[in-house]
Design a protein around this ligand. Structure first.
Ligand SMILES: Cc1cc2nc3c(=O)[nH]c(=O)nc-3n(C[C@H](O)[C@H](O)[C@H](O)COP(=O)(O)OP(=O)(O)OC[C@H]3O[C@@H](n4cnc5c(N)ncnc54)[C@H](O)[C@@H]3O)c2cc1C
Length: 878
């Protein structure tokens, strides 16, 4: 049947095609640049007239910015936006993505009324099919999260699917999710409507005008060079879609924007004999790798194949995107899948196979924000085939960022600064996007890892640990051990243990945790970001006191846990800083803070040749010795007394370990357990590791990985930045008043906001939940993002979770809010409010009872409470 379909399609090629779909538009707002001179100056120049560029222009002008120029090398909306399938879907894995899509939906719905330009908006709803129970679990998780942010959706039976869409074969389905308010739209017309509204608000739009490069002086945007002359400007926004990567590199000071294009296909058919109604729901059959929507009474169907075709790796691309070559052989698996799902289509005539490049990013998330290298250089790109869905919301958040200095939501997951130049190699990108594109429809179970682009950054101990059974995960390009497979376990079987339920590394991690509790373990934590700040005088101390909330004027050798806060008091970073000498400090931050933290420090540090900031991440291997016998191992190796009397908690000293000198030993473990972090110059790494393992034998030493660390830190209520903390979380909201010194004798960023918060009370609070009626062997495991219910009302979401081998219960961390039952407004959250509630955690639609705690359950742990633990319990002030 496929060949018949194909032959029909071939005969019909001259028929009416996709080109007509969005043609005949009137009222295009662009001025033809060859006839109108460009302005010499502007506040903002936006490059790209696709959905992203026009959305940014629309929102900036709505927010009151006046002097905005939008440049488009071809015609408006003639990039990927022109070929978009027009599906607006809110069912996303990340809450921030759900919110962006929800906002886009509402915006596009009213654009026609606002601008008079028809956008083809039709509310169709979407149906997401599940062929397997695991897929249904994944949908149930999304369903729970959509509902709590006000997006209606429900899990439905195959029978109901058949009622909603008469053409679907439902026999192989176990269920589905219905999102009734999703829509379809003509994306090119949406872009034109946004451009038209922006133009009415004063934005000057020039098509057929190419940006050649951005001019930069002293790390700040000063203007753009175009093929029609220069424009001086303060801000530049790169919305150049698949061209963004090269445009970023074309400056004298290059901006790394890691994305890569792949070919993306969909087919269009002629109308059915009884044409499909315009409000027929869109269907996503992820297990079949396809999406299907109504198109002019017929079908539009595309998908994300297993073997995508990256394109333009050598940087070749056209000025204006054309429909690329049809490739029916390549499309055949998707076509077969479509015919399985809709057998009646076999006799339908295909009109066209559309093939257009779309950009994908290394982690499947879009890219927005300011460049870490060039101030005033913003980007909004890399949409992973969801640019229409995200366009409105993403444009709004970027505009807020530019106008207010920060967006109204935490967008760290999408921030350009989560990447560095290290993710920008063309080979890396080419390989990674070949994995990313199919992953869009692959089932994602807890703790899945990317398989491509691996072993880019490794510790000197990598081979050694690998030979001992290390299984690896990757963060910011760095390989980190998850756990160590004992010699008697089946390695291959373990690799396949992908499940929403109890994983089969459970026992392995249990024995690593046990060893951390009772003896001593070594975890290679070399991926941590490490900076040194030194000065000739007091400059280093002065700037750190201004940038951090805790008091860093401590005696040499002391370590301070502290937040790097923004004006709103939220965490830009959470780190530990050791005072190495009067004038030098060693800062340890999360692995993925390498670019973000560097950019923040650089932005706020004065130009002063007496003040030096150095990224020393690559210079040190970091070993975490966790456990009660760590002290014995180190004492033997250093011939120095390491007991708390001689080496108190949160203390740092350079000392010799074995033959190696100059090892920075710190009495902390990032888990609440006793032990030491060793920061070892890399040339000594192997020696120190060997010595530690050899001496440690008699104390029962073994290797451990990050899964053990995770279990230990979560059961001790240790929040981590990037998982539990973000730019909208303040120390007072997560029980860290002790890390804020409001009276340290000088102002610091965020102080004013914290003073106010202290007075007014907090509106959310990080809380620890111990699951009560959860059967670890039989029930679904929590992951993160699960809704929290208080007295039956939605109260927040979890941020991380782990099984506590000590408590023999699952633990979740998450923020509890106090939404007024009448108005939905947020109200102050007190310790009493937390303590008085009855809690449930929703895992894929099933609610489990949970006990809420504002401090760790120390009575169940054997070791003495640390200073931080004690202070944590003192936070019930408000
Ligand atoms: C086949 C296909 C189907 C899709 N279906 C959907 C869907 O159903 N739903 C959904 O949400 N998303 C979908 N997408 C994704 C969506 O279409 C894109 O993510 C979105 O259009 C990207 O918009 P953009 O503005 O970033 O890029 P583009 O639309 O490509 O715009 C970038 C613009 O920048 C211009 N430009 C580049 N360099 C310069 C320069 N130097 N000077 C001046 N101008 C320059 C280009 O000419 C171009 O017009 C689909 C994509 C494809 C390819």
């Amino acid at each position: 049947m496929f060949s018949r379909l194909l032959s029909v399609a071939r005969r019909q090629r001259t028929g009416r095609g996709w080109q007509n779909w969005s043609s005949g538009r009137s009222g295009a707002p662009a001025a033809e640049a060859h006839s109108v001179a460009l302005p010499a100056q502007a506040q903002v120049v936006i490059c790209g007239g696709g959905i992203m560029g026009t959305s940014v222009a629309y929102h900036l002008s709505k927010m009151g910015w006046k002097d905005i120029v939008l440049l488009e090398q071809g015609r408006l909306a003639a990039g990927s936006t022109r070929f978009c399938a027009g599906i607006l879907s809110t069912a996303r894995h990340l809450t921030i993505e759900q919110k962006m899509a929800d906002y886009s939906n509402k915006l596009y719905q009213q654009l026609e009324q606002e601008t008079g330009i028809q956008t083809g908006y039709i509310r169709t709803g979407s149906i997401f099919l599940a062929q397997t129970q695991d897929r249904l679990i994944s949908l149930k998780r999304i369903n729970s999260r959509l509902n709590v942010i006000g997006i209606p959706s429900e899990i439905i039976s195959p029978k109901k699917v058949a009622e909603l869409h008469p053409l679907l074969n439902v026999h192989d389905l176990v269920g589905a999710m219905h999102v009734p308010e999703d829509a379809v739209v003509s994306s090119a017309d949406v872009a034109l409507a946004l451009a038209s509204a922006a133009s009415q608000n004063g934005v000057q739009i020039y098509d057929r005008t190419s940006v050649l490069h951005v001019m930069v002086k002293k790390g700040q945007v000063t203007g753009v060079e175009t093929d029609k002359g220069q424009i001086e400007c303060q801000y530049f926004v790169n919305c150049a879609g698949q061209w963004a990567y090269e445009l970023g590199l074309s400056n004298e000071e290059p901006v790394s924007i890691p994305l890569h294009a792949c070919e993306h296909f969909y087919l269009l058919t002629r109308p059915l004999e009884t044409p499909l109604q315009s409000n027929t729901p869109t269907v996503v059959d992820a297990d079949g790798r396809i999406y299907i929507r109504n198109w002019q009474g017929g079908i539009l169907s595309g998908g994300f194949e297993k073997n995508p075709k990256p394109i333009f790796t050598e940087g070749k691309n056209q000025l204006e995107i054309q429909n690329l070559q049809e490739d029916w052989d390549h499309f055949e698996p998707l076509l077969s899948s479509l015919l399985r799902r809709m057998p009646e289509l076999e006799t339908l005539e295909i009109m066209k196979l559309v093939n257009c490049p779309e950009t994908f990013t290394p982690d499947m998330r879009c890219i927005m924000g300011e460049s870490p290298a060039v101030q005033g250089y913003y980007v909004l790109v890399g949409m992973n085939s969801a640019g229409l869905s995200f366009g409105g919301g993403a444009g709004r958040y970027l505009a807020e960022w530019m106008v207010h200095g920060y967006p109204s939501e935490s967008i760290w997951e999408l921030d350009l600064k989560r990447f560095g130049a290290l993710q920008s190699s063309r080979t890396f990108l080419r390989h990674r996007v070949m994995e990313v594109m199919p992953l869009l429809y692959d089932l994602k179970v807890p703790r899945w890892d990317f398989q491509t682009g691996r072993q880019l950054r490794t510790s000197p101990l990598y081979d050694r640990l690998d030979a001992q059974g290390a299984r690896w995960m990757e963060k910011h390009g760095f390989e980190r051990p998850k756990y160590f497979v004992p010699p008697d376990k089946d390695l291959l079987a373990l690799e396949q243990s992908k499940t929403f339920y109890k994983p089969d590394w459970f026992d392995i991690v249990e024995s690593e945790v046990k060893c951390c509790k009772e003896a001593v373990c070594v975890i290679d934590m070399s991926s941590f970001t490490k900076f040194e700040i030194t000065s000739t005088g007091d400059q280093a101390l002065e700037i750190l006191q201004y940038l951090f909330s805790n008091d860093l004027d401590v005696p040499v050798g002391h370590i301070v846990h502290t937040g790097m806060l923004n004006e709103g008091g939220g965490y830009e970073n959470d780190c530990s800083i050791a005072r190495l000498s009067k004038r030098s400090f060693f800062m340890i931050s999360p692995t993925d803070q390498q670019v973000h933290c560097w950019a923040w420090l650089k932005k706020h540090m004065p130009e002063d040749s007496n003040l030096l900031l150095e990224d020393v991440t690559w210079k040190y291997t970091a070993l975490n010795l966790i456990g009660p016998r760590a002290v014995d191992v180190l004492s033997e190796l250093s011939y120095a007394p390491m007991t708390p009397d001689h080496f108190p908690s949160l203390f740092c000293k350079e000392m010799s370990v074995g033959y190696a000198n100059g090892i920075r030993v710190m009495s902390m473990t990032h888990t609440g357990e006793p032990g030491f972090m060793l920061y070892i110059p890399i040339e000594y790494a192997l020696h120190v590791y060997n010595e530690v393992m050899s001496v440690g034998q008699k104390y029962g030493i073994r290797n451990a990985g990050y899964y053990a660390l995770r279990s230990l830190r979560i059961e001790k209520f240790f929040a981590f930045w990037g998982q539990d903390l973000n730019t909208l979380t303040t120390p007072l909201e997560c029980g860290r008043e002790s890390r804020v010194k409001l009276d340290k004798g000088m102002d610091f960023i965020g102080r004013e906001a914290l003073l106010q918060q202290k007075q007014n009370g907090v509106y959310k609070r990080l809380t620890m939940f111990i699951l009560d009626d959860h059967d670890t062997d039989l029930d679904l495991w929590p992951w993160w993002g699960e809704p929290i219910y208080r007295n039956g009302q939605y109260a927040g979401k979890t941020t991380s979770s782990a099984y506590s081998y000590t408590l023999e219960r699952h633990i979740c961390l998450g923020f509890v809010h106090n939404f007024s039952e009448d108005t939905g407004e947020e109200q102050v959250v007190t310790a009493d409010f937390i303590n008085r509630g009855e809690y449930e955690i929703d895992i894929a639609g099933h609610r489990f009872q949970a006990k809420a705690k504002l401090y760790p359950v120390t009575s169940l742990f054997t070791h003495r409470r640390r200073k931080d633990d004690v202070e944590l319990s003192d936070l019930h002030g408000k």
